[in-house]
Design a protein around this ligand. Structure first.
Ligand code: SAH
Ligand code: SF4
Ligand code: F3S
Length: 442
């Protein structure tokens, strides 16, 4: 028997890339590959890349440069670039970096076996098509043993919203929802492999409208169908757009006990002028009213968001409107970014805010967010929460997991096993996690 070939995959970007990286490893499993976590041990290196901000794309070129020595030592080593940078500038990568043997976009990676064979034969292999066929169906049945109690499941891909700053509609293509029965099959399969929490993924996951019994299903309908799967205990979804928060989804947050009380609902900015220029098609006010309705359905829900500072033409006054919105919402978690010009997007052509101004705004915004996050985490002390335990902690007898609200929680409880969900009383709030005591099994 020949020794298996080894595949090293490095993943950048969003959770959808994490999901895709697993699928790519499975696609190559049939070619005799097993995964390794060491690049210097690999027969094939795949970088699954992100194009969302300039820095993310630059990282790919610097990472590729670092493989030069490895390739000289091991001429049979194949190097591939996948994901959103591959989609956006695959041909240019091949030109600019001769080390690259293979380029594959996010919509065509089910073709990796053929691409790998082509690369092995010494040719350059590039595929950045948007094929008709369903890549997930092509890869069906290849899922390997599940390693932990939580899993991602992509239900929707692509985006038709064209926010003026964003590359996703170009790199991932048009919005497509997977049929409901295929998602439910994949979920059942995951649960059989020990998964207890599934996070449904999509660039606009709440715009989900997949074919199902009786017509198009909404995300809420899908969640209710998942709710009926025995053994599946927790459901989450990300990322949502404010314009796609349907009444049924808001209601599900109040009524579906398996749907966790955490909602990532990016607003990007608090100034209506900037929101309009971003092509967001919601206002600060409509977003705030939406959050009121969500909190009416589920008062304890933890809200998280994304913010961009220094979008073209953002003034100090516009920025202050973002700060005021943050004050009003009171986030439990948030991600914030300096606006980064992306070639080919409308905002890239506009007058830019100076870099030092962006730095200053980002610092002020992050200070506010950090205060809110801290207060939210500290406010958990004394409360009882459910915790799904994911792995042993750093100390003997310690187990760590995530609370219903997605906070990291550690307990000292030698009899608790990975995959168990327990009621936990939170007793302390540390730098990045909460300490708790197990009360009783759920
Ligand atoms: N589909 C999601 C998020 C996609 S990208 C949504 O609509 O909210 C994740 C986040 O990256 C965005 O929410 C935005 O805050 C940030 N982002 C996207 N493009 C960016 C750019 N050009 N510069 C800075 N941040 C950006
Ligand atoms: Fe990008 Fe806007 Fe689509 Fe989100 S909704 S993926 S930010 S274009
Ligand atoms: Fe990045 Fe592509 Fe995700 S650009 S954020 S990896 S969809």
């Amino acid at each position: 028997m020949t020794a298996p070939k080894k595949l090293f995959v490095k993943t950048y970007g969003c959770q959808m890339n994490v999901y895709d990286s697993e699928r790519m490893a499975e696609a190559l499993g049939g070619q005799g590959y097993v995964t390794t976590d060491r690049a210097d041990d690999a027969d094939m290196i795949l970088l699954n890349t992100c194009h969302i901000r300039e820095k993310a794309a630059e990282k790919v070129y610097s990472e590729l440069g670092r493989f030069k020595g490895l390739k000289e030592e091991k001429p049979d080593l194949k190097i591939g670039v996948a994901g959103c940078v591959a989609q956006a500038e695959g041909a240019e990568i091949m030109r600019r970096q001769p080390l690259v043997d293979l380029v594959v976009g996010p919509q065509s990676y089910h073709r990796l076996p053929e691409l790998e064979a082509k690369a092995r034969s010494g040719e350059k292999a590039l595929d950045t098509d948007f094929p008709e066929e369903d890549k997930f169906e092509k890869l069906k049945g290849k899922r390997k043993a599940q390693r932990g109690p939580t899993a991602f499941l992509t239900v929707q891909e692509g985006c038709d919203k064209f926010c003026a700053f964003c590359v996703v509609p170009y790199t991932r293509g048009a919005e497509v929802s997977r049929p409901a029965d295929r998602i439910l099959d994949e979920a059942r399969d995951l649960v059989e492999r020990g998964v207890r929490e599934i996070t449904l993924l999509g660039q606009n996951v709440n715009a989900y409208h997949g074919a199902g019994d009786g017509g198009d299903w909404s995300l809420a309908r899908l969640i209710w169908a998942l709710d009926k799967i025995d053994g599946l205990e927790r459901i989450r979804f990300t990322t949502s757009h404010p314009n796609d928060m349907g009444d049924d989804l808001i209601a599900a947050h109040g009524e579906c006990s398996k749907l966790m009380p955490y909602l990532h609902l990016p607003v990007q900015a608090g100034s209506d002028k900037i929101l309009k220029r971003m092509n967001r098609s919601h206002t600060a006010e409509s977003y705030l009213r939406l959050i009121e309705r969500i909190r009416a359905a589920r008062p304890d829900i933890l809200m998280s968001g994304d913010f961009i500072v220094g979008f073209p033409e953002e003034t100090e006054e516009d920025f202050q409107a973002t700060m005021a919105l943050i004050e009003e919402v009171n986030y439990g978690y948030a991600y914030s970014f300096k606006y980064s010009t992306r070639p080919g997007t409308p905002a890239a052509e506009r007058a830019q805010v100076p870099e030092d101004e962006k730095d200053d705004r980002l610092q002020r915004l992050q200070a506010l967010i950090t205060r809110q996050q801290r207060a939210c985490q500290d406010g958990m002390v004394g409360r009882e929460v459910g915790v799904l335990f994911e792995k042993p902690g750093r100390f003997a007898g310690q187990m760590v997991g995530k609370s219903d609200y997605l906070h990291a929680v550690h307990v000292t409880a030698p009899d608790v096993a990975v995959g168990e969900i327990h009621r936990v009383r939170i007793v302390d709030s540390g730098a990045n996690s909460l300490a708790g005591e197990v009360i009783a099994p759920v």
